[in-house]
Design a binder for this molecule. Structure first.
Ligand code: SAM
Length: 202
């Protein structure tokens, strides 16, 4: 994520774990919410437990929510520094976090839910089709993709904003949208530009 306070970094390619390692090691995480967002909390309260996968989990705050509600949750990140930080953050729930690359990871249990936050927008637009295809391959028919999507034009990223129509074009071959709501508790980098959405695998 970039802003005027961005320190100097050696690594510039967000498709490489070194990019993220460097940022976690320097504790430069402007995307980090330091907690669980409200719409997700509400979704968990009103849903039956699902086998859940969190790709690109970062500090993995949401793991605690899913696990305390009795959901089978696995969080993955390909940055070793992120995994270390998430495990330290989660304490006794550290075992839910695995170091793995989303594009090749084979989950221990087939997910019924994939939770999205700041993962799609963390990677360059050229990778979007591959991300969507992997989401679709991981979920069975009826499975859910739920979370936060970052919209808008961005000159450079991450975060890379996406157009609403573009997201629909990408997702609709595999998913039907069943929820779409404004987000009231965004952190500054996402304020006014993110929406809570749930998509059902066709
Ligand atoms: C912007 S951060 C978001 C972290 C977290 N989802 C959150 O909301 O705070 C993006 C994360 O995705 C991870 N990531 C990027 N590409 C990945 C990949 N191919 N496999 C697994 N993790 C990946 C990065 O290491 C980083 O932790």
């Amino acid at each position: 994520m970039s802003d005027e306070k961005t320190p100097d970094f050696l690594f510039r390619d967000p498709a490489a774990p070194t990019f993220w390692d460097e940022r976690f090691e320097k504790a430069f995480m402007p995307w980090d919410r330091a907690g669980v967002p409200a719409a997700l909390r509400d979704f968990v309260e009103r849903s039956a437990p699902m086998v859940t996968l969190i790709p690109g989990c970062g500090l993995g705050h949401e793991v605690a929510l899913f696990a305390s509600a009795g959901w089978d949750v696995t969080a993955i990140d390909f940055s070793a520094a992120a995994v270390r930080a998430a495990r330290a953050n989660l304490g006794s729930l550290a075992e839910h976090v695995m170091e793995a690359d989303f594009f090749s990871f084979e989950p221990p249990h087939r997910p019924q839910l994939i939770y999205e936050r700041a993962f799609l927008c963390a990677l360059a637009p050229a990778l979007r089709t591959a991300i969507v295809e992997r989401w679709a391959a991981l979920l069975p028919p009826g499975g859910l993709l739920a979370g936060y999507f970052f919209f808008g034009e961005t000159m450079r990223g991450p975060p890379f904003g996406i157009g609403a129509a573009q997201l629909e074009t990408l997702l609709q071959p595999h998913f039907a949208r069943i929820e779409d709501a404004e987000v009231q508790d965004s952190i500054p980098v996402f304020i006014g530009k993110e929406r809570w959405q749930v998509w059902r695998r066709r």
